[in-house]
Ligand binder design. Structure first.
Ligand code: CTP
Length: 424
């Protein structure tokens, strides 16, 4: 029995390129996919070759690029490429390409391959806002999504002309993250990404807070925001709507996420308080400062040049425990389901796991994702976690990329969501 490919490393990825100016960004995507260890074949439409030529795709993918169904006919390329793929990514998808996909056309190598493949398909549309909002396109996207195609939301911003609006191709890093998330996602019987979060809305916090000491200095931590980002991407591809409270995260916004940028623990607390009653789940992946300056100095704290040994002392006070507060705020309601994270080293006579179990019981969240960082992990791309319930019992474990961990957390969260989504 063939096993399902779960990571980009070693995956056979077909990249379809539609005829839009954003095709230049797809060159970076192909580079990124190859960099992850994927075996990439690029299938450009005829019109896309006006924007980026076959030589570029051949150099980046290290494979010959076929541009017509009548090349390499003896090798039945229009069937083989689709059959062999583990994942298909289409970027950019024009309004015309979406229409051809929806209609099931097979009038070029790309659309023929799409009819053949049983691999998950991720589509990144890019076009002018009017075309994106046209009822024909809206309908095509709806039907494609219903069939299990992951159609990403375009980014909002400057378009090719002087105008701006929804229709930009998301940045290559965001597309790569989406591809990572789709290939690792659970599948339904047809091989499409399971839409087990459809109708639900999640609030995810990510990154690390910064506490100002004076106008130039702050207390911070090493969190990159990547675990929270992986959770947001994973939830989006599984059908959820996502609000993302981002504390100092320098990453491209996941397509479709509603992002709020915050700085300090107090700002994050305010943002979570504003949104938590309107969502079905709260996932606190952010590393929140436990202490902040009792008073931020209005002027830069100076060293006293007259005395080489002088060191200022800074008074700290505790910040709000947002996770605990959210559990208390929920009271006896079943909404939102709440997930916390705990990175622990052993100490004070207890192992990291014992400390995590005690924390799970203390915090009272539905799930606590425990990460043993005795040997360091912040900023690293790989992770090994144990997922504990509110009694400190282990309910699952996961190891691998942050994307793998994200899906494992969502697998557990799905069973703990309110039965009826807030939006229903
Ligand atoms: N957390 C929070 N508010 C804080 C601190 C932490 O909401 N002020 C959340 C984190 O987002 C995480 C969980 O609580 O989901 C555990 O964070 P951690 O720093 O491990 O917990 P602390 O209660 O601060 O415990 P410790 O004494 O080990 O730092």
């Amino acid at each position: 029995m063939s096993t399902v490919q779960r990571t980009l490393e070693g995956a056979r990825v077909l990249v379809g390129v539609g005829g839009g100016i954003a095709a230049y960004k797809t060159a970076h995507l192909v580079r990124g996919l190859v960099g992850e260890g994927a075996d990439v074949h690029v299938l450009p439409t005829a019109s896309s070759l006006n924007f980026v030529g076959a030589a570029t795709w051949e150099a980046l993918s290290h494979h010959r690029v076929l541009t017509s169904v009548f090349e390499d006919v003896d090798q039945v390329a229009h069937v083989r490429r689709g059959q062999e793929a583990d994942l298909v990514v289409i970027a950019p998808a024009t309004a015309d390409l979406l229409a051809r996909m929806r209609a099931g056309r097979a009038d070029d190598l790309l659309t023929a391959s799409l009819l053949v493949t049983r691999a998950p398909v991720v589509v990144a549309p890019a076009m002018h806002t009017e075309m994106w909002e046209h009822p024909s396109t809206v309908e095509n996207v709806r039907v494609l999504r219903e069939r299990g195609v992951t159609v990403l939301e375009p980014a909002v911003g400057r378009l090719t002309g002087p105008d701006s609006g929804a229709g930009r191709l998301p940045e290559p890093d965001a597309l790569l993250d989406a591809a990572r998330s789709v290939i690792a996602a659970p599948r339904d019987a047809n091989g499409a990404v399971l839409q087990d979060l459809a109708g639900y809305e999640l609030l995810v916090s990510a990154g690390g807070t910064r506490e100002d000491l004076d106008p130039v200095r702050f207390l911070a931590n090493h969190s990159s925001g990547r675990q929270g980002w992986a959770l947001a991407h994973a939830a989006l591809v599984r059908g959820a709507r996502v609000r993302l409270a981002a504390a100092n995260v320098d990453l491209e916004t996941p397509p479709g996420a509603q992002r709020f940028d915050v700085g300090s623990a107090a700002e994050l607390a305010a943002s979570i308080a504003e949104h938590r009653r309107d969502v079905d789940a709260l996932v606190m992946a952010a590393a929140v400062a436990d202490f902040t300056a009792a008073a931020r100095a209005d002027e830069k704290i100076k060293k006293d040049d007259g005395d080489d040994d002088s060191v200022p002392s800074i008074d700290l006070r505790r910040t709000e425990d947002i996770l605990r507060h959210s559990v208390l705020d929920r009271g006896s309601s079943d909404r939102p389901a709440i997930v916390g994270f705990a990175a622990e080293t052993g100490g004070h006579g207890s192992s990291a796991l014992e400390l995590a179990r005690a924390k799970a019981r203390r915090k009272g969240a539905d799930l606590l994702v425990f990460n043993d960082i005795t040997n360091g992990v912040f900023g690293a791309s790989d992770n090994a976690v144990r997922i504990l319930d509110g009694d400190g019992q282990e309910v699952a474990e996961a190891a691998g990329s942050k994307t793998t961990v994200a899906h494992a957390v969502l697998d557990e969260l799905v069973d703990r969501l309110p039965h009826v989504p807030w939006s229903a």
